[in-house]
Design a protein around this ligand. Structure first.
Ligand code: ADP
Ligand code: MG
Length: 749
């Protein structure tokens, strides 16, 4: 009796799966019929043309169909394996087929049956041979071409993972597609029509077992569109939702702000002013702001955020300023103390190892963590800077009205949400300002960040010089060292960044660039801890967890080795220091302070300095193994120098002679601004890596499609059209249901 199969059925009960196999599939998060059907091939092999054996040529990849004339098996002692050899004939000629170490085939490849074989044709002592072919038995199953799975057609190839081969997946998926019955399409018919896309059933069939590659492409396009459409719906709904929420509406006193600006040690740039104004206008509204402030490294985002914060504090409401590393928390806190030294309403800093409060000139003290937590809770502290410590359970604000998240891409969606939830009042939602130095390409801002409003600082403060960037091959290492020595003599300081030495985690990335797959390794204990505890449940995470501990160790090893080399062999007469994540926060802070004060000439570091650190006297950024970093990350490193009056340099050391690598590094020299580079980086790395793993739960196809502006546009228009017509999606129950679960996945709630 054929049973009706539902998409949500668990695979265990499915014919042909069984509990053992179900468990294996489960490891890849394939648990239901839907998971299985939505596990798409990433490419296809065209085995659709069956060649005549008589026409075969050496070197050809061919599919043949013939009868097994004879078959034998023996053990090759030399090679210590079982060999099965068969003779196959189709009337036009005959050929040997050979398999190694597949003993079980002897029960399958039997004399007299008809098979399809796909494989490479080689010449051996025994004559023409099809070597280790994929086989498919034709006789016993009375197949017509439409039923073929592995040969004689366009064959799907799935991402290869150990224990889950394409062959197994084809074996499961093909009958499933046949028996699934009719499927309701979540995409409304009018949208399929207007966007010229195939319906769900057609698309599923075509994405797994297309008759032509064109069919497969159309299906891919449909699923990508679907994801983009859903993404946009999520964005629009998110905006609608926020518009209905309440937030504290700040009184904005323009005169007061102008006074404050006059007292700053510098004049804000035009785009800083514009951004500040956009933020203030939002803070005045009675529903929550959700804004992203983008600006190149060194463009001065911090001061803009702090100025905005002051308008909130003025009314005795609270502000939280969350950053990814302790060094950065410290720096922001210090900047605040310096520029607003008279601030007497209570400022503080909290990280895993630092807790301090500040009540105006001279009134600063280290306090117990429990004390600062109390002061945050009772509202005594109005602005607090901190790391992930700010979202630990024990932190509660009395009246958090404004949350700033710096280097927002370093935080996961959940972490950002946690900060906003941290409010005692519970009625009002804090205004949120995210900040990022990674310029986000336009296509991404429309999709992945489509629920955000944007402010852009697109100029650097006056007087900044262009940073001279050079790719340094091993041959020129000594020259570079001599140059460094010369700079130190002139009183300048040097950053040296080391990548981790990674044997396993990045060597085999699909694009072969050897970049690390984890987002910028971050050296802060706080963030490491949260990375592990807040496992976001996606596959990438459980894999990367095991990698990460090792990465971290190897990063430190790299830094230690480099430190020893530079301090003992190359620059024994200079003051060299190192900085890495295993050091105590106090030590790190001490070293950063010494470096800032000019007591250290050369600072060898892991990527800990990537974010935010400000040392105007540093003029050389030297990056070891620069090919191991992403462009955006290199761009960030480079931004650490060129902040003062002196000409600055960036040296990209690389041992790689690969053209691709050089080209990639070269784009750092050519790019006129961060946006241009971001587009390039996006194209090279793909959005998943560009954004970092923790950023999204967005499906692969959509992530690829994000780079297709036409599709993004039509997804957006479709979403707008449907919501305008039916904001609650009352007439589209299935769409609504799918959208809800999609939203959960994307927002990881
Ligand atoms: P980022 O945007 O990378 O976070 P920061 O906020 O750290 O940049 O600012 C970099 C440096 O520039 C800081 O030392 C800051 O005080 C300084 N700065 C900010 N705005 C201006 C300005 N308008 N003119 C001069 N210096 C500025
Ligand atoms: Mg910054």
């Amino acid at each position: 009796m054929p049973r009706v199969i539902n998409l949500n059925d668990s695979l265990e009960n499915l014919y042909g799966v069984g509990p053992k196999f179900a468990e294996r599939l489960g490891k890849f998060s394939i648990k239901t019929v839907m998971d299985l059907l939505w596990h798409f091939p990433f490419r296809y092999e065209d085995f659709s043309n069956i060649s005549k054996i008589g026409d075969l040529k050496i070197g050809q990849h061919a599919v043949i169909r013939g009868e097994i004339v004879s078959v034998k098996m023996w053990k090759s002692w030399k090679k210590r394996m079982f060999v099965i050899e068969a003779l196959v004939s189709d009337g036009s000629g005959s050929i040997r087929a050979v398999w190694f170490n597949q003993r079980f085939l002897i029960t399958v490849i039997k004399k007299g049956i008809t098979v399809n074989l796909a494989g490479k044709i080689i010449e051996t002592k025994g004559g023409l041979t099809i070597s280790h072919p994929i086989h498919e038995i034709i006789t016993s199953l009375k197949k017509d071409a439409g039923d073929l799975r592995h040969t004689g057609r366009i064959v799907p190839v799935y991402p290869e993972t150990r224990g889950l081969t394409s062959k197994m997946l084809r074996f499961l998926i093909q009958p499933l597609l046949k028996n699934i019955g009719s499927l309701e399409d979540p995409l409304p018919e009018e949208i399929l029509k207007s966007s010229n896309l195939p319906d769900l059933e057609t698309s599923l069939q075509a994405i797994h077992f297309p008759e032509t590659l064109r069919q497969a492409q159309a299906a891919q396009k449909r699923f990508a569109f679907e994801d983009l459409f859903f993404l946009q719906l999520v964005n629009f709904r998110q905006r609608l939702r926020l518009a209905r929420e309440k937030a504290y509406s700040a009184e904005i006193d323009l005169e007061e702000i102008k006074e404050m600006l006059k007292k700053l040690p510098f004049e804000l740039t035009r785009s800083q002013k514009k951004s500040l104004w956009e933020i203030l206008r939002d803070l005045k509204k009675s529903h929550p702001m959700n804004r992203l402030l983008q600006g190149d490294v060194g463009s001065g985002k911090t001061i803009v955020a702090i100025l905005a914060a002051l308008s909130i504090i003025k009314d005795n409401k609270q502000v939280a300023f969350m950053v990814p590393t302790e060094v950065l928390a410290q720096q922001h806190y210090n900047t605040f103390k310096k520029i607003f030294s008279g601030f007497n309403k209570g400022a503080g800093i909290i990280t895993s190892s630092i807790a301090k409060v500040f009540y105006g000139d001279g009134l600063e003290s280290d306090i117990k963590k429990s004390e600062i937590i109390k002061k945050i809770k009772n509202g005594e502290i109005k602005i607090v800077f901190g790391t992930h410590s700010l979202i630990q359970k024990y932190i509660k604000f009395s009246s958090l009205a404004f949350a700033v998240i710096d280097e927002q891409h370093r935080f996961g969606v959940r972490q950002r949400a946690d900060l906003l939830k941290n409010n005692k009042s519970g009625i009002e939602i804090p205004h949120l300002l995210s900040m990022s130095a990674t310029p986000i390409p336009r296509t991404l801002t429309l999709t992945v960040f489509g629920d955000l409003d944007l402010s852009i600082i697109d100029e650097l403060p006056k007087g900044r010089k262009e940073i001279i960037t050079k790719i340094v091959s091993p041959l020129n290492r000594d020259k570079a060292y001599a140059f460094i020595r010369d700079q130190v003599k002139k009183g300048r300081q040097i950053f040296v960044i080391c990548p981790r030495i990674d044997a396993d985690s990045s060597a085999n990335l699909p694009d072969g660039t050897g970049r690390s797959s984890a987002p910028a390794a971050d050296d802060d204990l706080d963030s490491r801890a949260t990375d592990f505890s807040l496992s976001l449940g996606d596959q990438a995470r459980w894999r990367s967890e095991t990698f990460r501990a090792a990465d971290w160790r190897s990063e430190i090893k790299a830094v230690k080795e480099e430190y020893e080399k530079l301090s003992q062999k190359i620059f024994p007469d200079l003051k060299v220091a190192m900085l890495h994540g295993k050091m105590k926060a106090k030590e790190k802070t001490e070293i950063m302070k010494k470096f800032k004060d000019g007591e250290i000439d050369i600072l060898v570091s892991t990527s800990v300095v990537e974010v935010g650190v400000d040392v105007p006297n540093a003029t050389i950024m030297m990056i070891e193994g620069s090919d191991k970093f992403g462009l955006a990350q290199l761009y960030q490193f480079r931004g650490r120098v060129g902040r003062g009056e002196h000409q600055s340099f960036c040296f990209l050391f690389t041992d790689s002679s690969s053209q691709t690598t050089r080209k990639r590094l070269h784009s750092l020299i050519e790019a006129k601004n961060g946006f241009e580079l971001a587009e390039k980086d996006l194209a090279i790395r793909g959005p998943g890596e560009f954004l970092g793993e923790s950023q999204t739960g967005i499906p692969d196809l959509a992530m690829k499609a994000v780079q297709n502006p036409e599709l993004v546009k039509s997804g957006r228009e479709a979403a707008e059209m449907i919501l305008k017509k039916d904001p609650e999606l009352k007439n589209y129950p299935l769409l609504k249901k799918r959208l809800d679960s999609f939203e959960k996945k994307v927002h990881l709630e």
